[in-house]
Design a binder for this molecule. Structure first.
Ligand code: ISC
Length: 462
């Protein structure tokens, strides 16, 4: 890989063309402040069908990308390794014009993975591969108040360098100009909604508990779906706006891909890498927020001392600890969980940190799914989910995030999420089932977990 500030872009394009080398040439520059969400919305107006949006829980890094310079899709069992292998090859010839390295800028892959490639895919997720990550054509990164624009050229050997540069720079100008326009009011109203087979879902819990008992499975996460139909097309940018206002403590993400958009506000980090530091978290065990400060406090205390929730949480800690111990040094995990609060829920939370040089995609592969989304033991729990859950999870509950050209990046777990297809949207929510679980309480818990998306879809006017 070449990182350069001396050689001009035009020279890089010519060099690549002369060498008949198909390569990514990336230009990173600081631009005037714009809101990445406005950039995401502008991308659609300018005809880009593929887009993504990402902001982390502290809103330190917000990224939006439009267009696809280069896509890696893989539906094999080795999806993580295969995507990594293609990316590693791309890196060999890549040329990056930049003055300095900034986390979340420059050529990066954004995308996600299906929860379980062994579960047959339905029409709902037909457009999605089991793993898809892409380098956007244009991307803005807002970080600590400063904005960078990354433009990624893919040089095909037949192209003319001057035309390519002119066309691309013209589009950069249009995108930045259009990103000054505020979002349009979503004005969403829904004509129809249904919970998909709620009674069957409740009834499946004792059946799964029985099977867990027979097969020696301690925990299984069962999820379900809700469907809504709006009067008109649902604008994902407006939903993202509502999510980032309504769920400020969460990752806000969207993958707008081949005509459907998977988006959500998840509190759960899978893994983050910056230099040699890995951070992860264990998140499992839930209770609703109280209506008053006193009730909130009582709920916190109840959750912290609830045996069933502590057990559910401990399975996640054990699994993440064993992966981190195998792949990292200096692993730090507190003995006791703390709490994480979002607008609608309180969770048991244990932060995890370690140091090492394992590839980020290897960490993702080893961690996914943790018992917060799968169960314990993993393979047996996944088999039970495949057999009993009436849901095509698709990307729900799976890793969503990005990896940059220096090997840094971050993946969240795609929870509190939905899939928009035109005027239709499917929402997903699940909860951990252990032997003590009460089916009707678990049903109520999933109802709470639909709330972030439901509120964003209906409850907020711009
Ligand atoms: C499966 C979900 O949440 C997971 C993450 C946090 C708490 C959970 C729980 O308490 O069951 C779940 O493990 C979901 O939101 O759909």
């Amino acid at each position: 890989m070449i990182r350069t500030e001396q050689q001009g872009l035009h020279q890089s394009l010519l060099t690549a063309l002369e060498a008949r080398m198909e390569t990514i040439i990336s230009v990173v520059k600081k631009v005037e402040w714009i809101d990445p969400l406005f950039f995401y919305a502008a991308g659609k107006r300018l005809g880009f069908t593929e887009r993504f949006y990402w902001s982390d829980t502290t809103q330190r890094v917000t990224i939006a990308g439009v267009g696809t310079a280069f896509t890696i899709a893989d539906s094999s069992k080795q999806r993580f390794q295969n995507i990594r292998a293609v990316w590693d090859k791309c890196l060999q010839n890549m040329i990056v014009h930049r003055s300095s390295y900034e986390f979340g800028t420059g050529p990066l892959l954004f995308g996600g993975f299906a929860f379980d490639p062994l579960k047959p895919r339905t029409q709902l997720w037909a457009e999605y591969d089991d793993g898809v990550m892409w380098v956007p054509s244009y991307m803005v990164t807002l970080k600590d108040g400063e904005v960078w624009l990354t433009t990624n050229y893919v040089v095909h050997t037949t192209e003319n360098a001057i035309d390519l540069q002119e066309k691309t720079e013209e589009m950069e100008r249009k995108l930045l100009q259009q990103s000054k326009h505020p979002l349009v009011d979503a004005g969403l109203s829904f004509v129809w909604e249904e919970e998909v087979k709620p009674q069957e879902w409740i009834q499946s819990i004792p059946i799964v508990q029985e099977a867990m008992n027979v097969r020696d499975v301690s925990k299984v996460v069962l999820a379900r779906e809700m469907r809504l139909r709006a009067k008109n097309h649902i604008d994902s940018a407006a939903v993202l706006q509502a999510l980032r206002i309504g769920q400020p403590d969460c990752y806000i993400f969207a993958l707008d891909y081949k005509g459907s958009c998977f988006l959500g506000a998840t509190p759960e980090r899978l893994i983050r890498k910056e230099a040699d530091v890995f951070t992860s978290m264990c998140l499992a065990g839930s209770i609703g927020r109280g209506k008053t400060e006193q009730e909130d406090y009582e709920n916190e205390e109840a959750l912290l001392h609830d045996e069933k929730n502590r057990t559910e949480h401990a399975y996640v800690v054990d699994m993440i600890r064993s992966v981190m111990n195998a792949l990292c040094d200096e692993v730090q995990i507190p003995y006791e969980p703390g709490l994480m609060k979002t607008k609608h829920l309180i969770h048991l939370h244990t932060p995890v940190q370690g140091k090492g040089d394992t590839h980020l995609l290897e960490m993702v592969e080893r961690l996914h799914p943790t018992p917060a989304l799968g169960g314990t033991p993993r393979d047996e729990a996944l088999a039970l989910i495949r057999e009993h859950e009436v849901l095509d999870r698709g990307f729900y509950g799976a890793p969503i995030g990005w990896l940059d050209y220096e090997g840094n990046g971050e993946f969240a777990v795609g929870l509190r999420s939905g899939l928009i297809k035109g005027a239709d949207v499917s929402l997903f929510a699940g909860c951990g089932i252990v032997s003590e679980s009460d089916p009707s309480l678990e049903y109520e818990e999933t109802k709470m977990k639909f709330k972030p998306m439901l509120t964003a879809l209906g409850g907020y006017k711009l």
